[in-house]
Design a protein around this ligand. Structure first.
Ligand code: ZN
Length: 340
C-alpha cells in the first residue's frame, strides 16, 4: 500500500553540471563525463534507498534535459544548429534542435544507465522517456510538416528503446507528457494514441506523467493565469482510462487541481503528487499523509502511489534530499493512518 516513487529527475551534483538550471552545462567531457554521470546515478540510487523509496530511478543524471537526452541519439536531427522556439504554446523560449530528415535511432539511447541502475539496486526500477507529443513540442520541424506524423515517427523510435529497456530489466517505463496539459484537444485526439504506439508490446508496467511543469519562473507565472480550478486533466483522463497505459502520474499538492478528477482514472494506478517541486519548503509527514488522504476519496488504496508533482532537477541537492525523505515518511504515516 502506498508505494513511493519520484516523477523522474533529480538535481545534478555541482561537480557534474551547473546547479539549479533546467538545461545545465556539463562540467566535464569525454570519458570523464561518462564516468561522472554514472557516479552521480549511484549517489542518487543510494539517496533514494536511504530515504526509503520503493521504486528507484536514475534521477536522469545522464541527460542534460528530459527531452533532449533522447534526441541526442536520433538521426535526422540537427543538434549543431539549434534555433530559438517558443514552447508549450509560447510559455517560454528554448534553444531547440531541428528535425531535418527522416528519423531513425543511431543505436541504444539509455542502455548504459538503465543496466547500471538495474545492477545497483534490488528494488523495482522506473525509467523515464519523453512522450511523443512533448518531443514534438520541443523540437523545430523542418521535414515532416505535420505534428501527428512527426509524433508517430518519434513514437516508433521510443517504442524501440522502451522494448530494449524492458529487456534491460526495467520494471516501469514512464513517458513524460507535460504537453498533454497544454494541447488539451490534441492530447485526447491523437496524443494518447501516439503514447500507446510508444508503449506497444511492452509487458512491464507502463506509466505517463502529466504535470504543470518544473518549478521554474515561467511555469509559476503560467499557473497564476489558470484560475482557481485547474481542470486540464479532465480532457485527457478519459482517453487515458480507455488506453492500455497502467499508471498515471499527476500534480496534486499545492495545485488547484480538483482531486475529484482522479475519479476519471478508474482501473489505473494513480501516482499522486504529494511533494511540491515549486517550493523549497519541505513538506511534513503530516502534510504528505493529508494529501494521500484527500486522494483516497477518489483512488482506491491499492492503486495509490505517492509521488512528487514533477521532477526535482532544478532544485538544490539538499532540498531534494529532504523532499525524498518527506515523501517516504509521509507515505509511512499514511500507511498507519489508513491501514484499516
Ligand atoms: Zn513534470
Amino acid at each position: 500500500m502506498f508505494d513511493t516513487a519520484i516523477a523522474g529527475s533529480l538535481p545534478k551534483p555541482a561537480w557534474l553540471a551547473e546547479t539549479e538550471k533546467l538545461w545545465p552545462t556539463w562540467k566535464l567531457a569525454g570519458d570523464e563525463l561518462a564516468q561522472a554521470k554514472l557516479d552521480a546515478t549511484l549517489l542518487w540510487i543510494k539517496q533514494q534507498e536511504d530515504a526509503g523509496l520503493d521504486v528507484i530511478g536514475d534521477g536522469e543524471q545522464s541527460r542534460q534535459h528530459f527531452v533532449h537526452g533522447f534526441l541526442e541519439r536520433v538521426q535526422g536531427i540537427d543538434f549543431e544548429h539549434k534555433v530559438e522556439m517558443g514552447i508549450r504554446r509560447d510559455r517560454y523560449k528554448a534553444m531547440v534542435p531541428q528535425v531535418v530528415g527522416a528519423l531513425s535511432l543511431a543505436g541504444r539511447v539509455h542502455e548504459t544507465e538503465a543496466r547500471f541502475l538495474r545492477a545497483h539496486t534490488a528494488r523495482r526500477i522506473k525509467f523515464t522517456l519523453p512522450g511523443p507529443m512533448t518531443i514534438v513540442d520541443t523540437v523545430a520541424d523542418r521535414f515532416y510538416g505535420d505534428r501527428v506524423k512527426l509524433a508517430f515517427a518519434f513514437a516508433e523510435l521510443l517504442n524501440q528503446e522502451a522494448l530494449a529497456l524492458q529487456a534491460d530489466g526495467v520494471d516501469v517505463i514512464q513517458f513524460d507528457e507535460p504537453a498533454f496539459n497544454v494541447y488539451l484537444e490534441e492530447a485526447a485526439d491523437w496524443g494518447v494514441k501516439a503514447l500507446e504506439r510508444a508503449a506497444q508490446g511492452l509487458r512491464c508496467t507502463t506509466a505517463v506523467h502529466i504535470c504543470y511543469g518544473y518549478g521554474i519562473a515561467a511555469n509559476i507565472d503560467w499557473k497564476r493565469t489558470l484560475g482557481d480550478e485547474w481542470r486540464q486533466y479532465e480532457k485527457v483522463f478519459p482517453a487515458l482510462a480507455a488506453s492500455r497505459i497502467d499508471q498515471v502520474s499527476l500534480e496534486c499538492i499545492h495545485s488547484h487541481v480538483p482531486p475529484v478528477l482522479m475519479s476519471l482514472l478508474q482501473g489505473k494506478d494513480v501516482m499522486v503528487g504529494v511533494i511540491d517541486v515549486a517550493s523549497d519548503k519541505i513538506e511534513t509527514a503530516e502534510e504528505v499523509a493529508d494529501e494521500i488522504g484527500r486522494a483516497l476519496q477518489f483512488v482506491s488504496r491499492e492503486r495509490l502511489i505517492a509521488c512528487t508533482n514533477c521532477g526535482l532537477a532544478p532544485m538544490s541537492r539538499s532540498v531534494a534530499e529532504a523532499k525524498l525523505r518527506a515523501l517516504a515518511e509521509g507515505a509511512a504515516l499514511a500507511r498507519q493512518r489508513y491501514a484499516a
